[in-house]
Design a protein around this ligand. Structure first.
Ligand code: HEM
Length: 214
């Protein structure tokens, strides 16, 4: 009985370790955190110095958010398809990329908020958040990315159990669809196509390969 519990515990630890990518060192982890957030720092400083720059920052933050997300979601399918070692190394920083996607989404949404404050937020301007082009991002993608960013840590995996944590993090696919709808309806259909069609193809190939291998 004790032996079984020890084995299960060890398996749990391996699963947690795999999800967190424990192989990376603290320094490299910190370096990646800083590196990936340098543009975010520049964006926030720009807004702080001159909030009239919100339209420019909104565009940059939007692309950074979506780029981080697409790279995060491409990693696992690419590893399954190409079995590459260096992709596995990058995959250790998957969590950093996912959280960065939320950081940029936050700045992107903040710019929209600033724009609306300048116009008429309190005189009905808040309705813009429920516009068909914004609502999928505001009501689905934003809260999902927020929850995923908060739970992207060792403690949450242990607290929820790896299986429940994985189920929760599958919500990212709902966010993916919401972002595609958001980009298409805000007039960035071509960019959405270029970013998401290759990703969806990779995701479908991965699914097929996994079903094929039982
Ligand atoms: C509260 C949530 C959000 C709001 C209020 C919002 C608002 C907007 C607005 C107003 C535009 C049109 C910009 C223009 O034409 O000038 C836009 C475009 C865009 N959004 Fe969002 N968005 C939100 C969430 C997201 C999320 C979650 C992502 C991706 C992770 C995203 C990625 C983009 C991209 C890539 C564009 C096209 C490029 C750009 O103008 O930034 N947005 N968004």
């Amino acid at each position: 009985m004790v032996k079984i519990s020890l084995i299960l515990n060890a398996q749990n630890h391996v699963a947690v370790a795999k999800m967190c990518g424990v192989k990376r060192s603290v320094y490299s982890s910190l370096l990646v955190w800083i590196g990936i957030h340098v543009p975010a720092f520049v964006m926030i400083t720009t807004l702080f110095v001159d909030r009239n720059q919100h339209a420019t920052v909104l565009i940059h933050a939007g692309y950074w958010a979506v780029a981080c997300l697409v790279i995060t979601l491409s990693l696992n399918p690419l590893i399954v398809i190409f079995k590459s070692t260096w992709l596995r190394t990058i995959n250790q920083y998957r969590r950093h990329l996912g959280v960065a996607s939320f950081s940029y989404t936050f700045i992107h949404a903040l710019c929209f908020f600033i724009k609306r404050i300048d116009l008429d937020l309190w005189q009905g301007g808040w309705q813009y958040f429920f516009h068909p082009a914004i609502a999928p991002a505001f009501l689905l993608a934003f809260p999902i990315l927020l929850v995923l960013a908060i739970t992207s840590n060792h403690f949450s995996i242990k607290f929820l159990s790896p299986i429940r944590w994985k189920k929760l993090h599958k919500c990212v696919y709902i966010a993916e669809i919401a972002i595609i709808v958001h980009m298409v309806l805000t007039g960035y259909g071509m960019q959405a196509l270029l970013l998401f069609v290759p990703l969806i193809i990779l995701q479908l190939i991965r699914q097929k390969m996994q079903i094929g291998s039982g």
